[in-house]
Ligand binder design. Sequence first.
Ligand code: RNT
Ligand code: ZN
Length: 403
Amino acid sequence: MTSYQHAKERYAAWGLDPDAAIAQVLALPISLHCWQGDDVQGFEGGGALSGGIAATGNFPGRATTPQELADDLDAVFARCPGKHKLNLHAIYAVTDQPVARDQLQPAHFQFWLDYAKKRGLGVDVNPTLFSHPLAADGMTLAHPDPAVRRFWVDHCKAMRKIGAWFAQELGVPCVNNIWIPDGLKDTPADRLGPRARLRASLDEILAEPLENLIDTVESKVFGLGFESYTVGSHEFYLNYAAKTGCVCLLDNGHFHPTELVSDKISSMLLFEKNLALHITRGVRWDSDHVPALDDELREIANEIVRCDAWDRTLIALDYFDASIHRVAAWVIGLRNVRKALLSALLLPHKQLKALQDARDFTRLFAAQEELKLLPLGAVWEELCARSGVPAGLDWMDGLAVRG
Ligand code: RNT
Ligand code: ZN
């Protein structure tokens, strides 16, 4: 008997079907963030990353050209099972001459359209509201200067058009995610003003309905150098999304360390059709470590399954680690998210819920702990085999370090 056949029997005893779980998990698109490949540098040639985020480490070989980034993305997709999308930031436009961000056009993303078409990928987009002279003082859409706000509003509008173009060209809806760094290092004298300006900016950006474009807004609790106040807080966007119909995006690195996104998913989904996620791993002050297959990642996946949200959750990755091989970092995180989803499908949620409802907490706890050691590894190996990617550490073979 193969180890997979053995695993199937073990899961069958709990009423679970690994074959069905494998098929389901492979069909779910995960949006891969292009910015892990080059430490969020992009191709504007501007240099320093700003906005209170940082990629730390000095592992050699970061991608420095569009072709290098495309090659590295291919190296990731070849090592990761399942369906993917490509998630692009505005600063990854490929242009002959420098183009101001408020002037960006679909043509500036032709390189990526060709890339995505060839590989059958959908594309998601993000306006880039950091690493720019007009974001240097830490305010963009909430800036007190109307001229600065105008620039960023126009940039966001341009990216929505580009997102709609990708959707149209590829026949796959595009997620356009707005994240702004805006905040203050020290105690504000006015919290309301910046939030009112952010609201007005968003209203203008999102005014025009665009087909097959899904607008999401991403909150944050604090950033480096923005320790005391973040304009786009969770409450701000929760209310904004509820009033306007755009989608809240929860980045699980953007909350206090004991506050868990897994606990928020059910509350979001009771009231909204869709939920968007940035999957990452927060470690103390950093919100962007590579996801490990840890308890919280598994619990996030469990909630997606339990809340019947498989088709309503938009999953994207968001981390940047320059301390280890960048392609490997991408692969490890992406494979872990897929593993977590597989593990979530291979839990007897109905039976566990019944134990909770029957107030049989002893048996519930005992079952939860026993289930942890079911042979998930054998099912993962089978999943990898079926999609033609290495199951074990063999995926590290042939990982070059660019010299
Ligand atoms: C920053 C946010 C945001 C960025 C990307 C680059 O804290 O998580 O999503 O990581 O837009
Ligand atoms: Zn994020």
